[in-house]
Design a protein around this ligand. Structure first.
Ligand code: ZN
Length: 156
C-alpha cells in the first residue's frame, strides 16, 4: 500500500500500456533501476515503453506531509460515500487539503484505482463517485480557466 508513494513502482507515462500498474501486483515487473542522475537520484526505466524517469516525476503523493496511507484511507472513505465535511471533523483534515488530494489522485487515476480496488476492495461505481469530485478528471479545472479568461476579457 505504501508503495503507492514510491517512485519506481509504476510507470508514469500515460501512453504506456503498463501506466499506473503497481509492480507489486505484476507477475512480471516492467520497471527496473536504471542508474543515477548526476545529482545522485535514482533513475528508473519502464521496459514496456522504454521511458526513463526519476524520483521527481510520477509520484502520486510526492512531497506531501501526510503519509500516503492516510491519504488513501481518506480517499477510500470519500469513495464509500462519506461527505468531505464530515471527514473534516472525523479525521481533522481541512476540506481544501482533501480536495487537493483528490485532485492529485485524479491526475494518477489508474494507479490510485489499482490500489482502491485491490487494497480497499472498493467497487468500480464507488471509484467513479470519487472521480465525480474531481470534476470528471480535470473538466472542472478547464472550466475555471475558461471562466477566468472570460472575466479577464471583461476588464478591458
Ligand atoms: Zn511505461
Amino acid at each position: 500500500m505504501l508503495e503507492l508513494a514510491q517512485v519506481g513502482d509504476f510507470c508514469p507515462n500515460k501512453k504506456c500500456p503498463d501506466y499506473g500498474k503497481l509492480q507489486s501486483k505484476q507477475t512480471k515487473r516492467n520497471i527496473t533501476k536504471y542508474g543515477k542522475t548526476r545529482k545522485g537520484k535514482q533513475r528508473h526505466k519502464c521496459n514496456t515503453c522504454k521511458e526513463t524517469f526519476t524520483e521527481t516525476k510520477g509520484t502520486i503523493f510526492y512531497r506531501r506531509r501526510t503519509p500516503a496511507k492516510e491519504i488513501m484511507d481518506t480517499l477510500a472513505l470519500v469513495a464509500e460515500g462519506d461527505r468531505i465535511s464530515s471527514l473534516r471533523r472525523a479525521k481533522g483534515h481541512k476540506e481544501d487539503t482533501i480536495l487537493d488530494w483528490l485532485k492529485a489522485a485524479g491526475e494518477h487515476s489508474e494507479a490510485v484505482e489499482a490500489v482502491l480496488l485491490a487494497d480497499y476492495r472498493l467497487e468500480r461505481g464507488q471509484i467513479d463517485g470519487l472521480w465525480a469530485y474531481v470534476g470528471n478528471k480535470g473538466e472542472k479545472k478547464a472550466m475555471k480557466r475558461r471562466l477566468r479568461a472570460v472575466s479577464f476579457g471583461g476588464q478591458r
